[in-house]
Design a binder for this molecule. Structure first.
Ligand code: CTP
Ligand code: MG
Length: 222
């Protein structure tokens, strides 16, 4: 079956605080979205790409993608889940769907290929995950610590997250919001499988992340 990648790129990038919406901010001279689409193509396992951008940028986006990109550009929505839902409407008859943040612009193609390999092996839902480096606390609204979950059982998850297409469609029938797509799939009671993530798949969120990404692309020691 074919593999389609949905690329949410419709966020404003408030934490980055740049002049342009985050996915359009250059890293090493190329807009993040261009790097992300290039990485998806380089993985060699993606048949089609749907990019969800702010509505006013739909027409301008084509010029920012690699010329031969098998990509369709559509308008995203107010929340990330709205953007993914908008893209999913164009998933057609694909057997497998990847959801991959435009903001993870340095994601190694090998990680994308590993997610797809797990889907082809029959997993319904696959997420890249890394151990958590900081100790994590839960707190109440007053800031008082209410608990310290066992760090060895925690993982920080990345994208691309991969799904059997019917599973992701069912997950998006429910109206709730979630911070990742796998979160919606978990609520269906479907097993979500983790595979080792990659530090280079980090999400460019803050100005420090952007400096890190620039340095990585420059081949500098960081
Ligand atoms: N995204 C989207 N539609 C939204 C919000 C986010 O497509 N309404 C996308 C972003 O463009 C990004 C990815 O989802 O590629 C991950 O979101 P995040 O890192 O939070 O990006 P922003 O929402 O743009 O940043 P911020 O939360 O700092 O405003
Ligand atoms: Mg956001």
């Amino acid at each position: 079956g074919s593999v389609i990648a949905l690329v949410p790129a419709a966020g404003r990038g408030e934490r980055l605080g740049a002049d342009a919406p985050k996915a359009f901010v250059p890293v090493g001279g190329t807009p993040m979205l261009g790097l992300t689409v290039r990485g998806l193509m380089a993985a060699g396992v993606v048949d089609e790409i749907i990019v969800m951008v702010p509505a006013q940028l739909v027409e301008a986006t084509a010029a920012l993608l690699p010329p031969a990109a098998p990509a369709r550009i559509v308008a995203g929505g107010a929340e990330r889940t709205d953007s993914v839902r908008a893209g999913l409407a164009y998933a057609g008859a694909a057997a497998h769907v990847l959801v991959h943040d435009a903001a993870r612009a340095l994601t190694p193609p090998d990680l994308i290929a590993r997610v797809v390999a797990e889907l082809r092996a029959g997993r319904p839902a696959v997420v890249p995950a890394l151990p958590v480096v900081d100790t994590v606390k839960s707190v109440d609204t007053a800031g008082r610590v209410t608990g310290t979950p066992d760090r060895s059982a925690l993982r920080a998850v990345q994208t691309p997250q991969g799904f059997a297409a019917d599973v992701l469609r069912r997950a998006y029938e429910h109206p709730e919001s979630a911070t990742d797509d796998a979160g919606l799939v978990e609520r269906l009671g479907i097993d979500v499988h983790t595979i080792p993530g990659d530090p280079l798949a980090f999400k460019i969120t803050t100005p420090l992340d952007l400096r890190l990404a620039e340095a990585v692309l420059d081949g500098k020691q960081v």
